[in-house]
Design a protein. Sequence first.
Length: 344
Amino acid sequence: MLSLADARDRLDEWQSHWAPPAFVLAVVKKFIDDRGPNLGVQIAYWGFFSVFALLLAFVAILGFVFQGDPSFQKDVRDSALEQMPVIGPQLSANVGSLAGSGVALAIGVVAAIWTGLGATLAVGDALDRLWTVPRVKRVGFLSSRARGLLLLATAGSLTVASTALVGLVTDAQIHPALAEVASLIVATGVDLLIFVACFRLLTSADVTTRAVLPGATAAALAWIALQAIGGIYFSKVVKGGSETYGGFAVVVGLLSWLYLGAQVTLITAEINVVLARRLWPRSIAGTRRPADQRALEDAVRAEQSDPREHIVVTFEPIGEPAEAGADNAADRRPAAPPHSPIRQ
């Protein structure tokens, strides 16, 4: 009878010789090694607050500009507001009662900038971990916030442009099915540009557009699917709930959606890292393949926090007991002379 260890070894040998499962396993393993689920929680936390701050500012602006316009409700339903997960349809359904408020606008803008920067900083920190950027080489206080503001401005500009483009498509009197396809293509293209900007601007790693394009493409497609899931959730759960429980459903649904979105974003970012550094195949049976060794070395060197710090990574020979190797580790580790250059 085949033992569990033998089955694991056979599975490991099979996946190491077939690229698709080996690549998927490498992405998942690195995501877990980088503590991706915990990083995603931080992003979702700031994203949750930034969504409400942005909506507060957005609704206040709309109330000032379009108050009393009877055709406004239809235009908003065809805009980016309708595409917002879970709460977008609910807001667009009540857009006719909007009224402008200067206090709400001021609070919304300030809160949106603060929480938006919190989200971009969380994403930037996560991307630096994924790319194993040494702490000493990560961008500083001002640079990280400047990059965050640039990304927020880029995302906002693309959203406004997409809203205008979708409005033109809607007003062109084309077939409804073609209009839906055109809107989907526009939304996917905007998401792709935003993710390319996110994966390039928010990390301290020296990456190119070509290096981040695979993950950005996967992220854009995944977010379109998540938007569809959010729409289904609203129509099946939120609309069917009472006024009290519907409010709970909105909050829980939005937070869950943001958590899933953060996890998807980081997993797709890991695709870029694994591809760029060829970190596959990885082992699931405890053996140490070259990709495993490179990933472990990068993870250790990423902890460098001082230019004078000298990090050397050594491994026990395959098959040698860890206890015996630990006794002789100091003998094999090369000494670092004072003020020696960092080993990269």
